[in-house]
Design a protein around this ligand. Structure first.
Ligand code: DQA
Length: 147
């Protein structure tokens, strides 16, 4: 069975395409998902996208991910900078975690420089817009190859 990756998207990422396009670009989450599904097919991986504005729902999905998924990609949106609950769920998960952000969070407001998710992640890709998700898939493929 091919490795499946669960891609979790946090608050306000449902608004991509219309939300601050100068920062996040003009691509919708559906378009990013389509690009990932295409690349995942080429890499022989499966991919499932989910988005929630609710911290608790994201925590639930992380807890359930070990049934059926081999890795997590996480763009936790603003919860990146605030959520110890999400960090704890990620730390409890045995899956490799790749953190993704569309924008380069280190060039932005100081409060965005710190990421709780990073404490649990193998690595982080930020600043490449929606293409960062495809780069993260490629990183996941390398992790699977090495394991
Ligand atoms: C974001 C960066 C966060 O600081 C912000 O709150 C988001 C999106 C990004 O993808 O660049 O919602 O995670």
């Amino acid at each position: 069975m091919s490795n499946r990756i669960l891609v979790l998207n946090g608050p306000n990422l449902n608004l991509l395409g219309e939300r601050e396009p100068d920062i996040y670009g003009g691509e919708t989450l559906a378009r990013i998902e389509a690009a990932c599904v295409k690349r995942a097919g080429e890499l022989g991986l499966g991919v499932e996208f989910r988005q929630s504005n609710s911290e608790g729902e994201l925590v639930d999905w992380v807890q359930q991910a070990k049934d059926g998924f081999s890795a997590l990609m996480v763009n936790a949106g603003a919860y990146t900078h605030t959520s110890v609950a999400l960090l704890d769920a990620l730390l409890a998960s045995d899956l490799p975690i790749i953190e993704v952000h569309l924008s380069n969070i280190h060039q932005r407001d100081e409060f965005r420089h710190h990421s709780y998710v990073s404490k649990a992640a193998r690595g982080m890709i930020c600043g490449f817009g929606g293409h960062g998700y495809v780069l993260a898939l490629e990183a996941a493929a390398k992790i699977f190859e090495a394991e």
